[in-house]
Design a protein around this ligand. Structure first.
Ligand code: SF4
Ligand code: SF4
Length: 218
């Protein structure tokens, strides 16, 4: 990921037209059916990115420890012979339960419910949409279709009628998320380059520096 590319992408993200995004969302159509598919691990473990400030927000409201909210993004992490997690990774994923589902996911009367609905991460707020500006900040996960700059991920609620007010709400958050993701990536790269940690074991590089699994700078 080059710095120049990310800077160009940031400018493009800041110039995204919310009304155009909303028009595209109306054209695609969406209503959440509460099926819960985007909160479950499916065949493996659920991996949705949560940013450090988002983790702290959940911690504060739920009075939880960092490691109960988030886990190191599992890519690059392995279990050693003593059963300890070791390796270096970038950023955090929502914590999962024994079934691989997001640990905040609940099912009540057959409906999927988010246990942190009012303060869930931006990635969850905007699912099944993300923005692809054609640069290095590529949307993760399976892509179903792309309409304009909006990428649509797998979701049974796609194609359902959405009112304009809700589409505008989603479009605003989608723009905010796109800008935020690029800024986080820029900060992760900068902090990683300047990282002087000599620690071994488990290291998570995020937008604030090198941390242990409890979110403490090391
Ligand atoms: S997959 Fe789509 S319909 Fe199902 S819970 Fe997620 S957003 Fe809602
Ligand atoms: S935080 Fe909420 S919306 Fe996001 S994956 Fe977990 S249960 Fe689903």
């Amino acid at each position: 990921m080059s710095d120049v590319k990310l800077k160009e992408e940031l400018v493009a993200a800041q110039m995204l037209d919310v009304k155009e995004l909303a028009d595209t969302i109306v054209e695609i159509g969406f209503e959440c059916t509460k099926c819960g598919a985007c909160c479950k691990g499916d065949d493996g473990e659920h991996t949705a990115t949560i940013f450090p400030s988002e983790i702290r927000k959940v911690q504060k409201v739920e009075e939880m420890e960092w490691r109960d909210v988030a886990r190191p993004m599992p890519f690059g992490i392995v279990e050693n012979e003593n059963g300890e997690l070791v390796g270096e990774t970038f950023e955090w994923a929502l914590q999962v339960n024994g079934c691989g589902n997001c640990s905040f996911y609940r099912e009540i009367n057959g409906e999927g419910i988010c246990g942190i609905y009012g303060f869930k991460p931006l990635i969850c707020e905007t699912y099944p949409f993300s923005v692809d500006l054609g640069g290095s900040n590529k949307p993760k996960g399976e892509i179903v279709e792309k309409v304009g700059e909006i990428v649509v991920h797998e979701c049974e609620g796609i194609g359902r009628e959405i009112d304009y007010e809700e589409a505008m709400r989603l479009a605003k958050i989608l723009k905010e998320r796109t800008i935020r993701e690029i800024k986080e990536s820029m900060n992760v790269i900068e902090k990683y380059r300047n990282s002087e940690t000599k620690k071994s074991g488990l290291i998570v590089h995020d937008s604030e520096g090198a941390k242990d699994r409890n979110g403490k700078i090391i």
